[in-house]
Design a protein around this ligand. Sequence first.
Ligand SMILES: [Fe+2]
Ligand SMILES: [Fe+2]
Length: 213
Amino acid sequence: MALSGGIRRRTYANPYGARVDAMSSDTRTDHPGAFLTDVETLRRLAKAHIEQGVVTDTYEGDVSRTIEILQAVLATEIVCVLRYTQHSIMATGLASESVRAEFAEHARQEQEHAMAVAARINQLGGAPDFNPATLTGRSASEYQTGADLVDMIRENLIAERIAVDHYRELVRYFGDTDPVTRVMLEKILSVEEEHASDLQDLMATHRHRPAAS
Ligand SMILES: [Fe+2]
Ligand SMILES: [Fe+2]
């Protein structure tokens, strides 16, 4: 379509899903989006390394390091699933019904985290490591059973506090170099903070009660 200045303008779909206007004349530098890589270059680069999936030339992170970090995160989440599941079964007694329900809910959410992290590893070209033989060595959190209800709550609170610290650090680490991984970790972090808060409340409620049998 011809514009008033006689410049032809075409609209392209760019790799980020937004639409970018590009001019067919040499006046691109006058365009507000001129600092962006031109679409022809983006298309050429995307086609040149098509086997690398989402890892394009504009990925600013270190892909192998990102995968390595996410493998540790995956192990941490799987250990959390296992610990919460075991606790949800072992927490017995009248006073523990609400705690069991909370543990089971946390186990389900940790499973969602594990799946999101595994999917991201796969997107980046890695194979998510679910090997049970090396799981605890790769995990930031520990698989601790508890002698009683308060013990279990305490162990989970410790694990959640470790997770919160770990994820905050990782969110800062990824910054703008891998925004998709960072946003995923921010979402997980907000749930881990809720978990820590839930456990703190449970601890306050059950600390002075007799241990469940
Ligand atoms: Fe989690
Ligand atoms: Fe959690």
